[in-house]
Design a binder for this molecule. Sequence first.
Ligand SMILES: Cc1ncc(COP(=O)(O)O)c(C=O)c1O
Length: 394
Amino acid sequence: MRYDFDKLVDRRGSGAIMTDVLQERYGRSDLLALWVADMYFETPEPIRAALAQRLDHPIYGYSVPKDSYWASIINWERELHGWKIRRGDLCFIPGIVRGIAYVLQCFTQPGDKVVVQPPVYMPFLNLPRDNGRQVVYNPLVWNAAAGTYRMDLDNLAEVCRKEQPKVLILSNPHNPAGIVWPKEDLAGLAEICQRHGVLVISDEIHADMALAGHVHHPFQTVSPTAAEVSIAFAAPSKTFNIAGLVSSFCVVPNPKLREPFFHYLEANEFSAPLFLSAIATEAAFTQCGAWREQMLDYVKGNVDFVCDFLRDKVPGIVPVRPQASFLIWLDCRGLGLDHDALIDLFVNRAKVAFNDGEAFGPGGEGHMRMNVGAPRAMVAEAMQRIEAAVKTLI
Ligand SMILES: Cc1ncc(COP(=O)(O)O)c(C=O)c1O
């Protein structure tokens, strides 16, 4: 079956953060919104059918996930990534950002240090900070030959030695630059963290969206050390456009981490899925493989479209070609604008809502993040608006 990713679905008024908070966030509501990281594609039909079937039952009482829910996660990870997960190492998590907060609360004290690798997904910076932990940076380094960033492992070793952090938060694949990390880098990071007693949180929410030609490596598969030092999080939420159902899971093979963490989750009742989350997850992982493949082909087409368009028509904006997921990190420094002028260009002249690169921490200055998980017509419209707006600068 061919799925129709060109279909335009009006999300306005549905409570979507994407469309319904533009006035508060951007100061105007008449924007073409391609910012927050969910997609404009309809959630695959088997998921909607499974939810509808359950909702048809007239009682929505306390529920327990079926064994087939856990099996669907284990099978999916094994078949897609060769990641062999033991049932006993697996636990439900009500959202990955919350999961990260739980790890910080369970394993660190106020004042403890947390390493992040900016530019990176904003909650990695804000969440430790807002919980009284200190954020220390191991900035990514631009690798011109590869056209993307690399991790600086020498500097990471130095940061660990000097700052003695308790935790490192890894975005694997990386948001915002869409990087699929090389296996050797992940293994090297694991070695350094083990040497310095640093717990690694591997956030793999974008894992199932490696684009053609790229292979995602689950952190815990790269070496025994990586499995030992880490708590991994993954979810069907981005891939199948069900973020609103808040369904994720964590994998903790090391009993020294698993026992306290699972105790913490259970003691606080964080580990019981909403009944709809489990149903949607199982339907995604058992019935939506073909949808995922077609969606990724379509997104790859959007990435090619944006990269070609900017190269030909707006050379002052240079995209970092993503290796995974539906986000494109745009280097806008070639336009020569300061921060306010850059935001004014996108919001008031082009009338598009993208993410402000500065929110992603050091290295995000002069950048914007665009979401291309949308029908091609929307992506093309955004590009045309930007081309026209840039012309007004001259
Ligand atoms: C790297 C990363 N982690 C986590 C999230 C959000 O996860 P959740 O909605 O499960 O909290 C996002 C959403 O954009 C993300 O990009």
